[in-house]
Design a protein around this ligand. Structure first.
Ligand code: UDP
Length: 408
């Protein structure tokens, strides 16, 4: 199929770990690569934010990336991008006049807006993946939420207008139902993991203490790193390695690192907490394998790819019982689930797991099996293609309307 992906802020070629570059970038990159490997023609449209980016390039994985001129050619926080989406929309709408995809898959709400408006003129069906929902963010972050006020309304509009919604987990389906998105319009296709890159066998980085807990993510408060630091006094002989954020050289200036370091000092665990800064993809498996436990303890989590990477490396996971983590981490089988924002419960779960090496190896082995059987990107791409074909056929037969805004 000829597939257009729209991922306005999350460039599949970006380095991961900074505030606006994480799971979505990886999802778009890996899904596009798996689709290209299966013989599909994939073009990703993403905002141009660096003057050295070529306008158009074919990646070694065989998909094409088009850097769309929309707003200043420099990085902007994603919450400031909405005013530039008109320019983005006009660009793709023009591109599709001569290069018409059969289906558009948009990622994140502003891409969804671009997609439904640009595709309408051409009668192309749009499938949308939210990656995160404004309603959930508002609930958890309240006044700290810097998303534009229009976000929730636009997300609702996309849910009713797109030919199909590709949710990534069961929890998201419930949230979408609360927003009034028809259940019949929603399918679930999770994110995946590269089981050839993330393996249980292979070198592991050295640890400095008998036990190591690794936690990976963009350095934003909701990822729960502060809860891990608060739990650490209750987890003896253990170092905590926090992975993500800016490059190592810029770490000392990062406000979130400063906040977490101050907390570690106050909690008297500063000598057991280490920040690596941004870690390139090829270093990640060795780092995860060095962990006795990988902790994924966000306050909320739309999907969460890190637990899959840990599972693929045969490492047990302690995760919070939120969002996509309740689908990926099978309690007592591949890891343990704890309530969010409860350092005492977290400390107990970590301590108990670290005390039992046999249980850890059992959980890690089951995690590897689960990653290999359910989450390879090849399988995720096949499931997406089934949805693309279904919507393309429905659009052709007129069963769904893709011209005009009243889709169903
Ligand atoms: N990641 C990385 N280097 C870093 C930090 C993170 O490669 O320094 C990767 C991590 O391995 C995972 C992704 O970024 O593949 C984060 O995805 P996740 O879904 O867990 O979180 P999100 O960023 O979507 O909130």
């Amino acid at each position: 199929m000829r597939i257009a992906m729209i991922s306005e802020h999350a460039n599949p070629l970006a380095a991961l770990g900074e505030v606006d570059a994480g799971g979505q970038n990886l999802h778009v990159a890996e899904l596009s690569a798996a689709l290209a490997a299966a013989g599909h023609d994939v073009t990703v449209y993403t905002r141009r934010d660096d003057p050295v980016q070529s306008a158009d390039r074919i990646t070694p994985q065989g998909y094409r990336v088009v850097h769309v001129p929309a707003g200043p050619v420099r990085p902007l926080p994603k919450d400031e991008l909405l005013p530039h989406m008109g320019e983005f929309t006009r660009f793709v709408e023009r591109a599709w006049r001569t290069d018409r995809p059969e289906v558009v898959h948009s990622h994140f709400w502003m891409s969804g807006l671009v997609a439904v408006v640009a595709a309408r003129a051409h009668g192309i069906p749009v499938l949308h993946t939210y990656h995160a929902l404004g309603t959930v963010k508002r609930r958890h972050q309240g006044t700290a939420d810097t998303s534009p006020d229009q976000r929730i309304g636009i997300e609702r509009m996309i849910g009713r207008t797109a030919a199909g919604i590709v949710a990534t987990c069961g929890d998201e389906v419930t949230e979408l139902a609360r927003m009034g998105v028809p259940r019949t319009n929603v399918s679930i296709v999770p994110c995946g993991v590269d089981c050839a890159q993330f393996t249980a066998e292979g070198p592991a980085e050295d640890k400095a203490l008998p036990f190591r807990v690794v936690s990976v993510g963009r350095l934003v408060p909701r990822k729960g790193f502060a809860d891990l630091i608060a739990a650490l006094p209750g987890v003896p002989d253990t170092e905590l390695v926090i992975v993500g954020g800016p490059e190592h050289a810029r770490l000392a200036f990062d406000p979130e690192v400063r906040r977490l370091r101050a907390l570690a000092e106050k909690t008297r665990v500063a000598d057991r907490v280490r920040f690596t800064g941004q870690v390139p993809r090829d270093r990640m498996p060795g780092l995860l394998r060095s962990a006795d436990v990988v902790a994924c303890v966000p306050w909320y989590e739309p999907f969460g790819i890190v637990p899959l990477e840990a599972m693929a490396c045969g490492v047990p996971v302690v995760a919070t019982r939120v969002g996509g983590l309740t689908d990926t981490v099978v309690e007592h089988v591949t890891g343990e689930l704890v309530p969010p924002r409860r350092p005492a419960a977290l400390a107990t779960a970590l301590r108990t797991m670290l005390a039992d090496p046999i249980r850890r190896s059992f959980l890690g082995g089951a995690g590897r099996d689960r990653a290999e059987s359910r989450y390879p990107w090849r399988r995720i791409a096949e499931e997406c293609v089934r949805e693309y074909q279904r919507c393309a056929e429905l659009a052709q037969t007129g069963a769904i309307t893709v011209v005009g805004s009243a889709a169903r």
